[in-house]
Design a protein around this ligand. Structure first.
Ligand code: URA
Length: 303
């Protein structure tokens, strides 16, 4: 079967071969092709660019487009709001807040923490029961200076053991996809998660856990100052963008997330563990990462 060059690269990233490539195909990684196909420009040309703001910002700038005015701020755990648990006199039937009273000092410290202090602060956090089950906290891979920042969901078993995000099967796939488009972890890409501790049996994060961890992610994004943000999976999308729709509905657009006063172009994609389940979806995930790289290139060219 003859493949386009783009398909061939995807298949290589998935360890599928051998491959025959159609002659005369544009190389999707080629600069000229990427300039032509710059996703931001393309989606703008189709009037598709959705502007969602502010999510991380503390300002109350209204969204630029009504279509994207779903109450992002109200839904987003990263939005500024008072996270104090209900007073002790609150009705007894109210569910117990995950965040312990004693952690408010920590929450305050995180707001002004420097990058190197965050991991220690995460280690000191016992806001929810996951902290007693963890082997390691998982704070970040990469540091400020990485132009692309990926936000994932939560550590799994392998990450809990290693203390590093995305090192298990889904992480290996993510690393392979990044490498296939010429991006290197820690150099071009920093990775953080919504949750810093492993949920038991890899279950989905709960809303109160996301809330309890959100000050870490918020500060990480402020310090990382991403040029391009890539949100992988619905929990990252909900947490940072405040959008609840299916990933399949949200893909292929470029959003804007306001981080500490800076508008950051943002792409959403499937979570790598979902990509592991299907070749077709893997190809889509590959395209999203490629789109992030091209977006970064187009921004760098403008500078
Ligand atoms: N899945 C995630 O979302 N993050 C990790 O670090 C590992 C698996």
């Amino acid at each position: 079967m003859a493949l386009t060059r783009e398909q061939s690269l995807i298949w290589q990233a998935m360890n599928i071969g051998p491959q025959w490539i159609l002659r005369g195909e544009e190389d999707p990684l080629d600069d000229v092709a990427s300039a032509k196909a710059a996703p931001a420009a393309a989606s703008q040309a189709h009037g598709q660019t959705a502007v969602v703001r502010p999510t991380v910002s503390s300002t109350a700038t209204p969204p630029a487009r009504p279509a994207a005015t779903i109450p992002v701020n109200a839904r987003s755990p990263l939005a500024n709001r008072n996270t104090r648990p209900a007073a002790r006199t609150a009705p007894v039937a109210a569910p117990a807040p995950v965040l312990a009273q004693a952690d408010f000092q920590l929450v305050e410290k995180v707001k002004t923490a420097q990058w190197d202090e965050i991991a220690k602060m995460v280690d000191a956090c016992h806001a929810c029961p996951m902290s007693s089950d963890r082997t390691h906290t998982v704070t970040a891979d990469g540091a400020p200076g990485c132009p692309i920042v990926i936000v994932g969901e939560a550590p799994g078993r392998d990450e809990d053991i290693a203390g590093i995000p995305f090192v298990g099967k889904s992480g290996q796939l993510l690393t392979a996809i990044l490498e296939a488009v010429g991006l290197t972890r820690k150099k071009d890409v920093a990775i953080v998660n919504v949750l810093k501790c492993r949920p038991p049996k890899n279950r989905n994060p709960k809303p109160d856990e996301i809330e309890a961890c959100s000050h870490f992610l918020k500060r990480q994004l402020e310090l990382l100052e991403p040029k391009v943000l890539l949100l992988m999976g619905s929990f990252a999308i909900q947490s940072v963008l405040g959008r609840m729709e299916a990933v399949s509905k949200l893909r292929n657009e470029t959003y804007t997330v306001n981080i500490a006063g800076r508008d950051v172009p943002t792409i959403v994609s499937y979570h790598p563990s979902y990509l592991l389940r299907s070749l077709v979806e893997k190809e889509k995930g590959w395209h999203d990462v490629l789109r992030a790289r091209k977006l970064l290139e187009s921004l760098d060219k403008k500078q």
